[in-house]
Design a protein around this ligand. Structure first.
Ligand code: KE4
Length: 427
């Protein structure tokens, strides 16, 4: 008998490409049909057929407090009662901006937009205007949203679907994007020195979350700072995914490297559409209306999204962040031990409340390493985990997340279920 999910997906595929609003949700990376979600609460989601899952995707990162967090629902309800959108300055925009600046002092000034793509697209435009240069450098397997300049050897859904780049991106644009291997400072140095017309910016996920989870070698980010300075390029930390996850103050707090610009998203909207780009005041004041670099957005600073972001970040104190990070470490440590007991080639890492794993014994330092992991085994493991009520990202080239709602009971249940799933895939 066809499940309700299957029935709904059949209808969805008739009216939207692949039946999804974003490609990676279509399970192309793991095969099979996605389930259709009915609701979420805390660490759990339920599909329209009543199946329950412990959720480690958390809407691809935004839900640091978990699903339907009471503090977020109350804040959004209160904001809704006063209206949903104005296109007029609201105090909540200033309150959230002030809070972010307090947590990330290197972000001296910021501008809200409605998606991470808009944040990175705007940051690159600003870098090009500030330097008078066109070329940018990104890293193989890093994903910065779907703006033309970034769809060059990108990670996330692009890598998941095996799309080397994307049709529709003019060669004249793609050729302005240089691509280096992550964790290879020598390659970056060579490319920065040989870039015709010089580099406008180096943009990097300070911890890669879109090629699977790949942490930086200790010397890598400091080297990027030095190379950018020598090249007269801006250093941009794309923290859309890592922001308020790898440390309360983001990558600068964790790694001690200060970027010129930072992009944020996901957590700062608390599950509603909000993102931001910001950094040095002298750069940000180049943005219209104080400067001539143009960027605009109908729903940016939306009061409902601001309310959800404020409620989330106010709850996400350093103490709570440390508790979530501790549970993330417990989960990753337990997974490594389970794989070792079963003799499965496996590596797992975490940073704060973000984590990931590969079916590969050697550490993964580059996207090439990630692609050399056992992707077929990942696919089987994903489905065995799903069948046991654990929802992981449906792609080996994504990361997993943890929320305040994932308590010791959820971690214990997850370790039992994933150990059993490992047993199923290696038997
Ligand atoms: P959005 O435009 O999807 O809000 O943000 C783009 C973006 C920018 N930078 C980083 C580091 C990101 O991870 C993202 C978006 N992340 C993906 C998940 N890997 C969003 C999920 C999806 O594409 O459906």
């Amino acid at each position: 008998m066809s499940t309700r999910s299957a029935q709904i997906m059949r209808r969805a595929r008739a009216v939207t490409p692949g039946g999804v609003s974003s490609p990676v949700r279509a399970f192309g990376g793991v095969g099979g049909d996605p389930f259709v979600v009915e609701r979420g609460e805390g660490a759990r989601i339920w599909d329209v057929d009543g199946r329950e899952y412990i959720d480690y995707v958390l809407s691809w990162g935004p839900l640091a407090l978990g699903h339907a967090a009471p503090a977020v629902l109350d804040a959004v309800a209160a904001a809704m009662a006063r209206g949903t959108s104005f296109g007029i300055p609201c105090e909540s925009e200033t309150e959230l901006a002030e809070l972010i600046v307090r947590r990330m002092p290197h972000v001296e000034m910021l501008r809200f937009v409605s998606s991470g793509t808009e944040a990175t697209m705007s940051a690159i435009r600003l870098a090009r205007a500030a330097t008078g240069r066109d070329a940018i450098l990104k890293f193989d397997g890093c994903y910065h949203g779907h703006a033309d300049s970034f769809l060059v050897r990108a990670g996330s859904g692009v890598a998941t679907l095996g799309l080397p780049n994307s049709p529709g991106v003019p060669d004249q644009v793609a050729c302005l994007t240089l691509v280096a291997p992550f964790n290879d400072a020598d390659a970056v140095c060579r490319m920065a020195r040989s870039a015709a017309g010089g580099l406008a910016a180096i943009i990097v996920e300070p911890v890669v979350g879109n090629a699977g989870f790949i942490p930086p070698d200790p010397a890598f980010l400091p080297a990027l700072r030095q190379i950018a300075d020598e090249a007269g390029a801006l250093l941009i930390f794309d923290e859309v995914m890592t922001g308020f996850r790898i440390a309360p103050g983001g990558a600068r707090e964790r790694f001690g490297v200060t970027p010129d610009l930072t992009t944020l998203g996901k957590v700062i909207g608390g599950g509603l559409p909000a993102a931001a780009y910001g950094g040095r005041r002298d750069l940000m004041e180049m943005m219209a209306p104080t400067g001539a670099v143009y960027q605009a957005d109908t729903l940016s600073g939306n009061p409902l999204a601001m309310a959800a972001g404020l409620a989330t970040l106010r709850a996400l104190t350093p103490e709570l962040h440390a508790r979530i990070a501790g549970r993330t470490t417990r989960l990753v440590t337990g997974l490594r031990a389970a794989a070792a007991r079963r003799g499965v080639p496996f590596s797992a890492e975490s940073a704060g409340s973000m984590w990931g794993f590969f079916f590969r014994a050697e550490p993964v330092r580059t996207f090439t390493d990630a692609r050399a992991s056992d992707v077929a085994l990942f696919r089987r493991f994903f489905h065995e985990a799903l069948a046991r009520g654990v929802y992981l990202a449906p792609s080996p080239f994504e990361s997993a997340f943890m929320s305040a709602a994932h308590g010791d009971a959820e971690i214990g249940a997850t370790l039992d279920r994933l150990d059993d799933a490992l047993g199923a895939v290696v038997s």
